[in-house]
Design a protein around this ligand. Structure first.
Ligand SMILES: [Mg+2]
Length: 222
């Protein structure tokens, strides 16, 4: 059976925080808002973005554009701005060349998540995509991981199957509960006390891909 790996998207394969911050600065200028307003908008969208969020933003600032127009503009702007590092894209290609099947498991609205996956080129380099809005379940619920595994062609109990992500609960605890081994993308933060440790830590997704490509990785702390 081919080994399988599922990747989170936001702040794992792409830098959502940076992309959102840059978009918010442009949005503030476009709408004539203040810096404090920009901070409020970022806060509203920090966890997730949806048309409903833009209804709230529109109401608060009395914007003339409809929530739907604002949402469509957001999706287009984010897709145009978001980047997946070239090393990560090459890493995905390398894993597939080594026989890995690759899935994306992401919480979010289908429109914006698909726009990001296509514009970055990630969609062309994976076997399956599982977006919470399309599946009707959100990480850390096991159903979303199991759906992604199924869409990748399934895996047997003894086969290698991994989840790679930045969120200790949604990605790591959720992945473990679904029966996956886990690599936590730590960035510059430490693992939260009280949660069971992931199988591995990696400072960024490029290191995680190297660990997977190298075979059964030694335990490595970032
Ligand atoms: Mg994430």
């Amino acid at each position: 059976m081919q080994p399988l790996v599922l990747f989170d998207l936001d702040n794992t394969l792409v830098d959502r925080r940076l992309t959102l911050a840059r978009w918010a600065a442009t949005f503030r200028a476009h709408c004539g808002l203040g810096l404090e307003d920009e901070g409020w908008v970022i806060e509203q969208l920090s966890e997730r973005a949806s048309p409903a969020h833009f209804e709230g933003i529109r109401t608060r600032f009395g914007l003339a554009e409809s929530a739907e127009t604002l949402w469509e503009g957001y999706c287009a702007d984010i897709a145009a701005a978001v980047v997946c590092p070239a090393e990560a894209l090459v890493g995905l290609e390398r894993l597939r060349a080594l026989g890995w099947r690759i899935g994306i498991v992401t919480n979010g609205a289908a429109g914006v998540q698909w726009a990001k996956l296509r514009s970055t080129g990630i969609a062309d380099r994976v076997d399956a995509v599982c977006i919470s809005e399309e599946v009707g379940a959100r990480k850390p619920e096991p159903a979303v991981f199991l759906e992604a595994i199924w869409r990748c062609g399934g895996h047997d109990k003894g086969g290698e199957a991994w989840m790679v992500g930045d969120n200790p609960v949604k990605d790591i605890e959720g992945g473990r509960t679904a029966g996956l081994r886990t690599i936590w993308i730590s960035g510059d933060v430490t693992w939260p006390q009280g949660l069971p440790e992931p199988d591995h830590h990696a400072p960024d997704v490029r290191v995680a891909i190297e660990l997977l490509a190298a075979g059964e990785p030694e335990r490595k702390q970032a």
